[in-house]
Design a protein around this ligand. Structure first.
Ligand code: TYM
Length: 332
């Protein structure tokens, strides 16, 4: 019997994958592949809480799968699947809606941010989104959920809902831990060092599939700081732009902040910014090349997501059956 601990996470294919997704989440998934039984998915059900262009959503979902594999997620060692292919997510999501409180959902930062951004479409799905995310997680009984800092609140809500459910019905769900990387947990926008890197501000966002010259240009234009010091020093409170670039450089090279300060002592930002750009370009180059190659092979991608959904459904169904029995539904 497989005694490995379980790791699970997902990303919404609502935009192209970016450096924040890679450093905050995917890199961490890849590094632990051999240690865990792994489930990673394209969270397409979540994306429709905001209006999507259907053709773009379909294309991006497959591109995301090709990029997961190109980043190093071997489909032989990781169950890779499309969320909407495993109907148990939506079913458990409904059940958990009934065990999550209005007040809890009202406190979610992502709901507050997104409802401020999409005032014309504050739909019920946007509000109850964390219940679906809790279902995504709890179906697989994972030990760890590797995410960036911004998703920690949702994983904590998942723990609370699971504990509430277990309190009523016995030990149905394993209580998962968020697993946040030391370097890269919160990458800020290159043009907005006070807000996280996100696709909604493309000038400050580096996409995994972007051309090297475009990546370099974005780093050269990155906002540093208005101090006159012009010195590479880690001081997030007073020098957030430089601290962000140092975090990126540290995450891609493995160097500590002290080592980075020593490397660029006396150099100024003019030399530092392109050096970070180069390090990112070299990290992303093999990923971009491999993803392009994989994406051309549609039959291979289909075989991966079909096998993934089959394995995921089998595991998810075990948990869902238990839940249905506990709450009192008649067995099929
Ligand atoms: P999403 O799609 O917004 O982001 C995917 C992952 O990337 C991380 N991330 C970042 N990390 C560091 N710096 C950034 N600037 C940055 N931007 C994004 C996120 O923390 C996340 O780990 N609700 C989730 C998707 C989801 C999920 C799940 C995750 C659905 N079901 C179950 C885990 C388990 C979301 O919207 O992430």
């Amino acid at each position: 019997m497989d005694e490995k601990k379980v790791m699970l996470s997902g990303i919404q294919p609502s935009g192209d994958l970016h450096l924040g997704n890679y450093l905050g989440a995917i890199k961490n998934w890849v590094e632990r592949t051999d240690e865990f039984d792994n489930y990673y998915f394209m969270a397409d059900l979540h994306t429709i809480t905001v209006r999507q262009n259907p053709a773009d959503l379909r294309r991006r979902t497959l591109e995301q799968l090709a990029q997961y594999i190109a980043c190093g997620l071997d489909p032989e060692k990781n169950t890779l699947f499309i969320q909407s292919h495993v109907h148990q997510h939506a079913e458990l999501g409904w059940v958990l809606n009934c065990y999550t409180m209005f007040g809890e959902l009202s406190r979610m930062t992502q709901f507050k941010d997104k409802s401020a951004k999409h005032k014309e479409n504050i739909n019920g799905g946007l509000f109850t989104y964390p219940c679906l995310m809790a279902a995504d997680i709890l179906l697989y009984q994972p030990d760890f959920v590797p995410v960036g800092e911004d998703q920690k609140q949702h994983v904590e809500l998942t723990r609370n809902v699971a504990q509430r459910f277990n309190g009523l019905y016995g030990d149905v769900f394993k209580i998962p831990e968020p697993y946040i990387p030391k370097a890269g947990a919160r990458i800020m926008g290159l043009t907005t060092p006070d807000s996280k890197m996100s696709k909604s501000i493309p000038d400050g966002c580096v996409f995994l599939m972007e051309k090297p010259e475009d990546i370099q240009r974005k780093f050269k234009r990155a906002i540093t700081d208005s101090d006159t010091e012009n010195c590479v020093r880690y001081d997030p409170a007073n020098k957030p732009g430089v601290a962000n670039l140092m975090s990126i450089y540290s995450a891609v090279t493995g160097k500590t902040f002290e080592e980075i300060e020593a490397e660029f002592a006396g150099c100024g930002y003019g030399k530092f910014k392109p050096a970070v750009g180069d390090a990112v370009v070299e990290t992303l180059r093999p990923i971009r090349e491999e993803a392009t190659r994989i994406l051309a092979d549609k039959a291979y991608l289909e075989s991966v997501y079909k096998a993934g959904a089959e394995k995921a459904s089998y595991v998810a169904n075990k948990t869902l059956r238990k839940v249905y029995k506990k709450v009192g539904f008649v067995a099929r």
